[in-house]
Write a protein that binds this ligand. Structure first.
Ligand SMILES: [Zn+2]
Ligand SMILES: [Zn+2]
Length: 327
């Protein structure tokens, strides 16, 4: 079917319109919104294939960021859907990642599908002497019971095929290396061609990113939070913060307020044009578990003396001091 029609587009639509239509249609059948729904899976494949076909036809970069739906891995109609988490580094710098695709089940070539391998004489089960059953006396007659030791095969377990673990078939696997685009965003969907020789269909890969705890990505800005003890916030000091470019020392000026945001300009995520967003570090002040150190006590007394004349600029700061110092 015509990919333009599937995406509901006129043939002169530009790339932005194509991308927008694809994203909108994805929402109508996304595997995460309709888990286990076969119709939705088929529709997802249809519109995704139409989109990728258009991109191939028009020689466009097919990468689309879906609004952070995460899909569970599943297979449908020969297609694989995989959700893969990569590190911040891999996504930011656009590194090569390794993916293993599972293909169809085929007869094990090592044992020719028997599940057992041996050299020379075929080793038999010692329990049943290779018969696969044992005889049990029952009155005047004997009854046969299945030999549990060999699972009625009559063969010794020792010769189980190590390639297929005795199953007789193996799953074909395909190792794929894909180079992530620089600044890959969470929710990016990539398509990988199948390999008919290995019985492996095409795959859609959705990328998730393992951000450190407390990190949020909004557009290209990274926001993280650090917790400061009240005394550290009052007296100032240095704290280590994690950034994309590594650990960094952040200077905390004395009297830093709760909710204050330090901005590391140009240290956020990276866009298509190579421009970087900012890294915003939010301060969360926690109630101290220790009594105020001498310097803090002097400072608090001093501030309390100043309030009636000229209150401190930060209200939060004032209220925190109030709860700590008795009237
Ligand atoms: Zn085998
Ligand atoms: Zn046996």
């Amino acid at each position: 079917m015509n990919p333009w029609k599937i995406l509901g587009l006129k043939e002169d639509a530009n790339f932005t319109t194509i991308k927008r239509a694809y994203r909108r249609l994805l929402r109508s059948c996304h595997p995460d919104l309709f888990p286990g729904d076969v119709w939705a899976q088929k529709r997802f494949i249809q519109i995704s294939e139409a989109y990728h076909e258009l991109c191939r036809m028009l020689n466009l970069d097919a990468i689309v960021v879906d609004d952070s739906f995460l899909f569970e891995s599943f297979t449908s109609e020969g297609y694989s859907f995989l959700f893969i988490e990569v590190s911040v580094e891999e996504a930011f710098f656009g590194k090569r990642i390794h993916i293993e695709l599972q293909g169809a089940e085929v007869k094990c070539p090592a044992c020719d599908g028997l599940g057992y391998r041996w050299h020379g004489k075929r080793p038999v089960c010692k329990e049943c002497a290779g018969k696969g059953y044992k005889l049990l006396s029952w009155g005047k007659s004997n009854i046969r019971i299945i030999c549990k030791a060999c699972g009625a095969t009559g063969f010794s377990d020792q010769v189980k095929c190590k390639t297929c673990f005795g199953r007789g078939y193996i799953k074909r696997q395909r190792e794929v290396f894909i180079k992530l685009p620089r600044g890959t965003l969470p929710g990016t969907i990539l398509r990988i061609d199948g390999n008919s020789e290995l019985g492996i269909g095409p795959a859609f890969i959705e990328i998730g990113i393992r951000f450190p705890e407390n990190w949020r990505l909004s557009e290209l800005d990274v926001t993280s939070q650090i917790e400061l003890d009240l005394w550290d916030a009052l007296l100032g000091g240095e704290v280590m913060v994690k950034t994309i470019d590594g650990n960094e020392t952040l200077l905390i000026p004395p009297g830093t307020c709760d909710g204050h945001e330090f901005v590391l300009k140009g240290r956020g995520w990276i866009g298509e044009n190579g421009k970087r967003g900012d890294h915003r570090i939010q301060i969360k002040i926690s109630m101290p578990k220790t009594p105020p150190p001498p310097q803090a006590r002097i400072l608090l007394e001093l501030l309390r003396g100043l309030w009636p004349v000229k209150g401190p600029a930060c209200l939060t700061y004032k209220s925190i001091c109030k709860t700590i110092l008795p009237e």
